[in-house]
Write a protein that binds this ligand. Structure first.
Ligand code: 4AD
Ligand code: MG
Length: 449
């Protein structure tokens, strides 16, 4: 595999299958090869303990003075720089005292593939978040970041699994778009050849509406872009969103799907990621309670609740992070806030037939202060009403002709929602700030690395 290793001892031609640390218990008593990087080391005279990480976990590899390793070899390994790439071969032994996995590798052979060229910038000592973010490309190697992004992986797989089982078809939306979906104030604009301005997509929803009239039930899982000036722990300028959309779904059907989806992914993480949750020291009790039905309160009830708690909010105000946190404190699982004032919501939301000042929408607020994770609604399907709403919102009609066509040909009630991946990951992992829930976060003050 490696033409000229930096260092090689005890390397024989024997058969050493490539094992991964996450499955090391399956190799007890067997000879294996582990391929990874040096994460830590210590020595006690005749033994050097190398802590190797391979991306799936960490394991202690013990190198002892003897036939294969001389004093000089041990000296070399004792000073091997952190994050050197290394292959180790040896026998897997159960050792309850060994850190991380309860197994260790009794090393028979070592091959150093490359030496780290400088002192590794991320040390055991506390670093500022700013420093770690500047080194995000390396920070990803840490145990904590590994656990968060593995849970993210499980959440995304869970979303596909749940929606596919429910008959939803994955349809990819465009990212370059001719018009706004979620208000014109947060658009990223660019020049699109001779065709004028184009925008990075804020949401795939409008395209999902077209697709649901072709496939019945659809969803996309795609990046969304918002030129949000907010520097909060809940905002990114580039984030990922899953957006299901279903023809003939009512407001009520929509809420039920949200409950099923959120409960499914939480339960999947609980059963498949116990190791990661433990690394993150996540209290799993609140997650165990995440099962349908979720409590519901109307916007007006939420307003009264906030006023009782001393918030100076008036009817027609939108809720910010603090308000969402205060509301979520009253419930032991995610809570729906529904029927918001039409005036503070997007142009496409279906008015409440009983009170046209309200819309048939919902925000799902995560527990424990993690804020809104879902925005959803029933959509307007009446052509004249939609035309009126476009005018009220000063949206350019030409760019929406295709969208109006959906109301000309086979218009029907339909509903959907968007669940923000990063906020969901932050909540399930119990991570305070959303910047750790995406591999390379984009914020108003950060585009590097
Ligand atoms: O409530 P939003 O803006 O809804 C929509 O975009 C709809 N078109 C979705 C739909 O009905 N198909 O965004 C949905 C979710 C929010 O609840 C939040 O979880 C996440 O997307 N989100 C953000 N996440 C991180 N950073 C931001 N700047 C976000 N803006 C929204
Ligand atoms: Mg929203």
């Amino acid at each position: 595999m490696v033409k000229s290793p930096v260092f090689e001892r005890g390397w024989t031609d024997g058969a050493f299958p490539w094992a991964t640390i996450e499955n090391i218990d399956q190799w007890e008593g067997k000879d294996v090869e582990i391929r990874g990087w040096l994460a830590n080391r210590r020595s006690s005279g005749k033994i050097v303990f190398l802590i190797i990480r391979d991306g799936t976990g960490f394991i202690q590899a013990t190198v002892s003075l003897g036939e294969a390793f001389s004093r000089e070899d041990l000296k070399f390994l004792e000073r091997l720089p952190f994050e050197s790439a290394i292959l180790v071969r040896g026998r897997v032994r159960r050792e309850p005292r060994a850190p991380f996995s309860g197994y260790e590798l009794e090393v028979q052979g070592v091959r150093v593939v490359s030496l780290a060229q400088e002192e590794y910038p991320i040390q055991k000592k506390e670093h500022s978040v700013e420093f770690l973010m500047e080194h995000r490309h390396l920070w990803l190697r840490s145990r904590r970041q590994n656990a968060i992004l593995r849970i993210r992986n499980t959440i995304i797989m869970g979303i596909h699994e749940c929606l596919q089982k429910e008959g939803f078809v994955l349809i990819d939306p465009p990212i370059l778009t001719p018009a706004a979906c979620e208000g014109t104030t947060t658009l990223f604009e660019l020049e699109y050849f001779d065709l004028g301005k184009a925008y990075l997509s804020q949401s795939g929803q409008l395209y999902m509406e077209a697709a649901c009239m072709a496939f019945g039930r659809v969803y996309c899982l795609a990046p969304a872009f918002r030129a949000e000036k907010s520097k909060t722990r809940r905002h990114l300028t580039e984030f990922w969103m899953v957006e299901p959309e279903a023809a003939f779904f009512t407001f009520e059907d929509n809420l039920h799907l949200q409950e099923r989806l959120v409960s499914f992914i939480v339960q999947k993480v609980l059963s498949e990621c116990p190791r990661e949750l433990e690394i993150l020291e996540r209290d799993t009790k609140p997650l165990e309670r995440v099962t349908p039905p979720f409590p519901r309160i109307s916007y007006t009830e939420a307003l009264e609740l906030l006023q009782r708690k001393g918030f100076p909010v008036r009817w027609g105000d939108d809720f910010g992070g603090d308000e969402e946190t205060a509301i979520s404190e009253e419930f032991d699982r995610p809570v729906f806030i529904h029927h918001y004032p039409k005036a503070i919501k997007a142009f496409y939301m279906q008015p409440d037939p009983e009170n046209p000042d309200l819309v048939l929408n919902d925000d799902l607020i995560a527990p424990e202060g993690y804020g809104e994770i879902i925005g959803g609604s029933e959509r307007i399907y009446d052509l004249a009403l939609l035309e009126e709403r476009l005018r009220e919102h000063n949206l350019p009609r030409e760019a929406f002709e295709w969208y109006l066509d959906l109301r000309r040909f086979g218009a029907c009630p339909h509903s959907g929602f968007g669940l923000g991946i990063e906020r969901t990951v932050a909540w399930i992992c119990g991570v305070h700030h959303i910047r750790e829930t995406i591999p390379f976060p984009r914020q108003i003050y950060r585009i590097y690395p």
